[in-house]
Write a protein that binds this ligand. Structure first.
Ligand SMILES: *Cc1c(COP(=O)(O)O)cnc(C)c1O
Length: 425
């Protein structure tokens, strides 16, 4: 279905019912799947046949939704995970083991920053964080002989830095490693990182893809483009026999599906962060309108950002759709149709005024969430980044006065009126 346009893929990809089958993707609410003979089942366990046998590894509802996301990103395959955190962990852990190292942009989601900097370190995998706006030479200095991947976010949460994907892809490929991009904020409607040289894409589907704040979930998508065999010494997990499958070698048996197959039959089998089929069903409903919702998020966010940039109570505004924004040009290149619905800004008077402002909002709700249909707001310094001192906040790129305003798909005039009355109070 790759030749179809994104709007059609949103609605129809992944599930093509045959005669007499349900029009709507069913929820396969079953842990297990039946076979006629013991031999048939044995072949599945040896990966000699493909088929479902236990939902911890694969489920037809999940696979239909994963293949819709793969089609939207232009990849060869995808898997759903229980959360965006699990997706990021799997994406790295599929090619890194104890003693390995990877490089990541420092402008990433706080949860991912902890995962990479603290938890993966306990597994013996080290991460070096780099300033994504540094020169290629500067970033290249972070690479070591045991470096296995480069990671970045297309638009970082919450600091809204736009990644120069081509630059990152060049650096990764010069060092013989894949570029992994978290594409949660733009979604494939606004940016398809594979077109710019990324090799693996990850998502927190919890955000725009679900879009209705009903289900936590994630996805890993593979472009199928990275040549693991050309760097076989770096990726023994993919290019040498897997003892847990009688000596099968993923690149030899599965070609461009090597990475996704290993992630499914090894990581999902052993770690089990599967998405529930019911959540996958809800995610699919969200995806059916992603192409309608994203442009409305972007139109509304643009209107809110323009309003804020002209208001004299506002100290600063970040939104890559504003011509004066430092990421305007990069955003025009990678996301000409709009970036996302999240705007960040600070008020004159700083932190205390920010809290007063947020408490005065009526339409916009204070929630630990971002990127759904309802306008919501968060003050990272008081909430998600509460443990950090002002100095640490600044080091993480989060200004203490930063308000993260996630613009929904309501009417922009109503959202702006809400901001206006809160600013007056
Ligand atoms: C929310 C988020 C995550 C984590 O996803 P969960 O689904 O909450 O586990 C990862 N990356 C980005 C960019 C996010 O916004």
């Amino acid at each position: 279905m790759n030749q179809l346009k994104p709007e059609t893929l949103c609605v129809q990809a992944g599930w093509s019912p045959k005669k007499g089958e349900p029009r709507v993707l069913p929820i396969y609410q079953s842990t297990t799947f039946k076979y006629e003979t013991s031999e048939q089942m044995a072949r599945l366990f040896d990966l000699e046949d493909s088929g479902y046998f236990y939902t911890r590894l694969q489920n037809p509802t999940n696979d239909a939704v994963a293949s819709k996301i793969a089609a939207l990103e232009g990849g060869v395959g995808a898997m759903l995970t229980s959360s965006g955190q699990a997706a990021n962990f799997y994406a790295i852990f599929n090619i890194c083991q104890a003693g390995d190292h990877f490089v990541s942009s420092s402008c990433i989601y706080g949860g991912t920053y902890n995962l990479f900097g603290v938890t993966m370190k306990k597994l013996g995998i080290e991460c070096t964080f780099v300033n994504p706006n540094a020169s290629e030479e500067e970033i290249a200095k972070a690479f070591r002989p045991n470096t296995k991947a480069l990671f970045g976010e297309t638009i970082s949460n919450p600091t809204l830095e736009v990644l120069d994907i081509e630059k990152f892809a060049r650096i990764a490929h010069q060092h013989g490693v894949p570029l992994i991009v978290d594409n949660t904020f733009p979604t494939p409607i606004n940016c398809r990182p594979f077109q710019w040289g990324a090799d693996i894409v990850v998502h927190s589907t919890t955000k725009y893809m679900d879009g209705h704040a009903t289900s936590v979930g994630g996805a890993v998508v593979d472009s199928g483009n990275f040549d693991w065999e050309a760097h076989a010494d770096k990726f023994p997990g993919l290019c040498t026999p897997d003892e847990s499958y009688h000596g099968l070698t993923y690149t030899k048996s599965f070609g461009r599906m090597a990475y996704m197959t290993k992630a499914t039959v090894q990581l999902m089998r052993d770690l089990g962060s599967i998405q529930s089929p019911e959540n996958a069903f809800l995610l699919n409903l969200g995806l059916e309108t992603l192409h309608l919702r994203m442009p409305q998020h972007c139109r509304n966010a643009q209107a809110v950002a323009e309003y804020l940039s002209k208001n004299d109570k506002v100290a600063w505004v970040n939104y890559s759709g504003l011509p004066q924004d430092k990421y305007y040009d990069l955003a025009q290149k990678y996301m000409p149709n709009g970036s996302c619905g999240v705007v960040t800004f600070g008020l004159k008077g700083g932190r205390d005024v920010a809290i007063q402002f947020m408490d005065s909002l009526r339409l916009a709700a204070i929630v630990t969430h971002v990127a759904d249909a309802r306008t919501c707001v968060l003050h990272p310094a008081s909430h998600t980044h509460r443990q950090l001192s002002d100095e640490q906040l600044l080091a993480a790129g989060v200004r203490p006065d930063l308000i993260r305003f996630s613009v929904g798909i309501e009417n922009a005039d109503d959202i702006i009126a809400d901001i206006e009355q809160a600013l007056q109070r």
